[in-house]
Design a protein around this ligand. Structure first.
Ligand SMILES: Nc1ncnc2c1ncn2[C@@H]1O[C@H](COP(=O)(O)OP(=O)(O)OP(=O)(O)O)[C@@H](O)[C@H]1O
Ligand SMILES: [Mg+2]
Ligand SMILES: [Zn+2]
Length: 458
């Protein structure tokens, strides 16, 4: 072998270069290249020479069933249990509850007479014990190991021969033979790849956790997302107890499913009827509040949008968006000003989604517009009304996907009227009245009792 070679690797996207670069041409990152020892990479290629091509129909069916977690919210996101031999990445902000969730899953699996090995690189065994105690978990068949050296972890895994392995977190694990600190792209990628090979060879599932960086990607990130089979993100507002587990990639099921949990003293509890919970704190007859039936994956979720407008006292008017996209707020504000004649030019506007939820769907546009208009005019929106519709730039209301699901969820929770875009009439329960509107101006007139269209009347 020649002398050890070093290369430079972008810590954001994994691009390699033989010389240092200040700016990454692939991901536009600045100062992201770090010198790394090039390891004997050819070694991985030889492992597979014993594999020969086989006819697809000759391969025996996998008869090992999925490991069901009997935690419906988690199973739903995975598409029904953990597939044997799969590598699942659970990402999330620091402190959001990844370790808590993983430990709870372990306990459930171990309770079902399976052996589980939980490898922690971040906490001492004493801390683990404390957490388990707080969560009220027993520890039978649940083995814990505090270790960060990958080779040594692998040796322990072989020895314990568990039915499920947890690595918490992948950023703390390192391979001696590689240069670079734990958590660098090279380390994370290589460790993940080897874990994957092990999982596939032994047909044992592995769950790994990873922190995300400030910009929301898993540190050493997109590289990881394509290696692993399943990527889940645990997200939520740090000041709210609710956590959403979102499927971002899934080789064995649909993505975009969400599981909804509440962080309690005893750990993450499933929230079975989220719409009810998120609306429970809503006081009727509130100015600047509108309810929108959104869709999270295939699941309808009613959320309350709150808006507050107040006359700007100094400088240019401010826009603050909590839980919705800032640019979306600018667009809606512009459409309301231009197409519905609302005088928002001298108003600060704050929009917030109750419960710390995030709503990314354009289907929520109309609800946001109604909340803003309600606050501006100081009138309440009928508390039994929900609104769906995307706003176009000329003020028209556009159709949204799957209106039926949204409407029936609203009906189930006792809402009586729904404003929606003028399209083919969706099927809806008779308890809810459908009101179609072609434009945002029309929708405002219908939703706001009076003064809703003040500007145009003047
Ligand atoms: N005694 C407690 N009672 C209620 N909730 C608690 C308690 N202790 C911790 N928590 C919750 O658990 C969260 C930490 O969970 P956890 O350690 O699982 O997060 P994590 O995502 O693994 O964090 P890290 O990135 O640091 O590993 C805290 O933010 C807090 O919300
Ligand atoms: Mg943790
Ligand atoms: Zn890059």
């Amino acid at each position: 072998m020649g002398k050890a070679q070093t290369i430079f690797v972008c810590q954001q996207c994994g691009k390699e270069s033989i010389k240092w670069l200040g700016h990454c041409p692939d991901c536009d990152g600045w100062n992201t290249f770090v010198e790394t020892l090039r390891a004997a990479a050819s070694q991985t290629a030889t492992i597979h020479t014993s594999n020969t091509p086989r006819e697809l129909c000759q391969i025996a069916d996998e008869d090992k069933p999925r490991l069901s977690v009997s935690m419906e919210e988690f199973d739903r996101v995975l598409g029904g249990g953990i597939v044997p031999g799969s590598l699942v990445l659970i990402g999330g902000d620091p402190g959001i509850g990844k370790s808590t969730l993983l430990l709870q899953i372990c306990a459930i699996i171990a309770h079902g007479h399976k052996k589980v090995l939980y490898v922690t690189g971040e906490e001492s065994l004493g801390q683990m014990r404390l957490r388990a105690k707080r969560l009220g978990l027993e520890g039978e068949r649940l083995f814990v190991l505090s270790e960060t050296n990958f080779e040594s972890i692998l040796a322990h895994i072989q020895q314990v021969s568990p039915d499920l392995v947890i690595i918490d977190s992948i950023q703390t694990v390192y391979l001696d033979e590689l240069g670079g600190a734990p958590g660098s792209v090279g380390q994370i990628r290589e460790c993940t790849m080897r874990m994957m090979q092990w999982a596939k060879k032994e047909n044992v599932p592995v769950l790994i956790s990873g922190h995300v960086t400030k910009d929301g990607s898993i540190a050493g990130p997109r590289v990881l997302e394509h290696i692993v089979d399943v990527v889940l993100y645990l997200e939520g507002d740090p000041f709210s107890a609710y956590r959403l587990l979102r499927g971002v990639k899934n080789r064995f099921g649909s993505t975009n499913e969400v599981g909804i949990f509440e962080m309690k003293n005893e750990g993450l509890a499933e929230v079975a009827n989220p719409s009810e919970v998120f609306l429970s704190q809503r006081s009727k007859e509130t100015i600047g509040s509108a309810v929108v039936p959104t869709l999270e994956g295939t699941r309808p979720l009613l959320v309350e949008i709150q808006a507050l407008t107040s006359t700007t006292s100094y400088g240019p008017p401010r826009r603050i968006a909590n839980g919705i996209d800032f640019n979306r707020l600018l667009l809606i504000t512009a459409v309301l000003t231009k197409r519905a004649g609302l005088a928002l030019g001298n108003q600060d506007i704050l929009v917030n989604v109750a419960g710390g939820l995030k709503v990314n769907e354009p289907a929520a546009d109309l609800g946001i517009a109604l909340a803003i208009a309600s606050s501006l005019h100081g009138v309440t929106i009928d508390p039994a009304l929900v609104a769906i519709g995307e706003l176009g730039l000329s003020g028209e209301l556009r159709a949204v996907p799957q209106p039926e699901r949204r409407i029936s969820e609203a009906a189930k929770l006792g809402f009586k009227r729904c404003i929606l875009p003028l399209t083919k009439r969706p099927n809806a329960p008779s308890s809810i009245e459908l009101i179609s509107a072609a434009s945002v101006r029309e929708a405002l007139r219908m939703a706001l009792p009076k003064g809703g269209d003040k500007a145009s009347a003047a």
